[in-house]
Design a protein around this ligand. Structure first.
Ligand code: HEC
Length: 431
């Protein structure tokens, strides 16, 4: 009896020597969207043979440096729908797999189908726009490229979803799809249906009296790790009659020359929705000045809601000196809540954090964003610690924006959302 009891503690240890059978589903869930052929990550993990040589590196990346999977929101704020971080037990499995010899076991099954670029995940779109072939060289740095395509919509149109089907995933740093309403001054001097690369000053040119939402609105952004997701059952984005679609594309040379034919699809809503989903970029600070060498400069942005809204997602945006960002809601009853906390911001990962359940922000809620910047030589991404750094479009300038997606009444005027109409980004002097 006694000796039988003594055997018990050994059982969990036996179970703790995982093989590929336990490891494969974790990699499929959390890693292979990027770690597969043609994707952003340099090495695929879609089979035992591919992953085995990296067992130690995987252990290092998930348990020691925690650089993988890339996910920068601190635990403890709201849960996110697209959270790709590992649970402690997943980390333990990957670690003990590496430590116990990274065995195959007798478990190999064919690896699950990879992303595959041939199918639209959300079904066949009602309208598509295709990049007409952009030649990405093997090396070098490219400016942002743009493509303007008239949508030819005769009336205001609601879209229930949008999707990117990225062609050269290894060479696309990001693509943003905007709608440009008729009369907008955004890139007004440029031709349609051909790719061009404007200067920063040309991109910023605007009419002095233009309203924020009459210039352009974000429909959807693509960044590596992107997974197509419908918005909400009863919410849609509005594209007004006569609008153009503008693709802002940033390609990243990736060692071999490729030509990109990415596509963007729009899904029309069957009926006008009760709610409108609106992407805004007005929780931002335009007036900061980061002194030379400053290791911990803080910039604050604030915005008070004049109407009740629901918050769907947050995307912190800074450039290479960006170090941290925290967005908080201060409710009318005085309660403060942290909406997102990114303690170690990484410019290479422009993640949109989608809330698992949207958050109601009553009228009078104040949103506050606090951004930290490191302009010291200790920041290895800092191009020039001697510079005074201000707001600007170049990665050597800085930005402080918390992009938000809000749900508002379908008939509401977006300009009336704010107590004070947000300041516009001033156009830099023409160069
Ligand atoms: C959103 C895309 C993405 C996801 C998801 C992802 N990786 Fe990566 N991974 C990359 C990229 C890109 C690199 C290349 C290095 C870099 O740019 O950071 C990389 C590099 C690595 C490396 C090389 C060492 C290092 O730290 O750079 C390892 C090991 C690794 N990933 C393991 C994993 C594992 C294990 C997972 C899942 C638990 C995972 N990655 C999930 C994109 C991803």
């Amino acid at each position: 009896m006694r000796s039988w009891l003594l055997l018990l503690p050994a059982l969990p240890l036996l179970a703790a020597d995982p093989t590929w059978r336990e490891v494969q589903p974790i990699l499929e869930r959390r890693c292979v969207q990027c770690h597969q052929k043609g994707e952003v990550a340099p090495m695929p993990f879609t089979s035992y043979a591919e992953a085995r040589p990296f067992a130690k590196a995987i252990r290092q990346a998930v348990a020691v440096t925690q650089s993988m999977p890339p996910w920068h929101a601190a635990k403890g704020s709201h849960p996110f729908r697209n959270d790709r971080s590992l649970t402690p037990s997943e980390i333990a499995t990957l670690t003990s797999w590496a430590d116990s010899g990274a065995h195959d076991g007798q478990s190999a099954r064919p690896s699950a189908a990879a992303n595959g670029t041939s199918e639209w995940k959300l079904g066949r779109p009602d309208r598509t726009v295709k990049v007409p072939g952009f030649a990405v060289p093997a090396t070098g740095q490219l400016n942002y490229s743009f493509l303007i395509v008239p949508l030819g919509l005769k009336e205001d149109t609601w879209i229930r979803a949008a999707e990117f089907r990225i062609d050269q995933r290894g060479a696309v740093h990001h693509i943003n799809a905007f709608v440009r309403p008729p009369g907008s001054s955004y890139l007004a001097e440029f031709p349609k249906n051909e790719i061009f690369s404007p200067t920063v000053a040309q991109r910023a040119k605007r009419h002095a009296s233009e309203r924020v939402f009459d210039r352009r609105q974000l429909v959807l952004g693509y960044e590596p790790g992107y997974e197509p997701m419908p918005w909400l059952a009863d919410g849609a984005k509005l594209i007004s009659a006569g609008s153009d679609l503008v693709l802002e594309m940033h390609f990243n040379p990736n060692g071999k020359p490729v030509t990109d034919f990415s596509e963007f699809g729009l899904y029309f809503a069957p009926a006008p929705p009760k709610h409108r989903i609106l992407a805004i970029d007005t929780l931002r600070d335009l007036d900061f000045q980061i002194p030379p060498q400053a290791p911990g400069f803080i910039s604050n942005a604030t915005m008070t809601m004049e109407r009740p809204v629901r918050l769907l997602s947050i995307q912190p945006h800074m450039h290479v000196r960006g170090k941290s960002m925290k967005v908080q809601a201060i409710y009318p009853d005085g309660r403060t809540e942290t909406l997102i906390d990114v303690p170690r911001y990484d410019f290479n990962w422009q993640t949109t954090y989608v809330l698992a359940t949207p958050i109601d922000l009553p009228k009078g809620t104040r949103l506050e964003s606090t951004a930290g910047f490191d302009n010291s030589p200790n920041n290895r991404h800092n191009p020039d610690p001697a510079a005074v750094v201000k707001w600007g479009d170049q990665t050597t300038d800085e930005m402080h924006i918390a992009f938000l997606e809000l749900v508002i009444e379908a008939t509401g005027d977006p300009e009336k959302l704010f107590k004070t109409v947000p300041k516009m980004v001033a156009a830099p002097p023409a160069r």
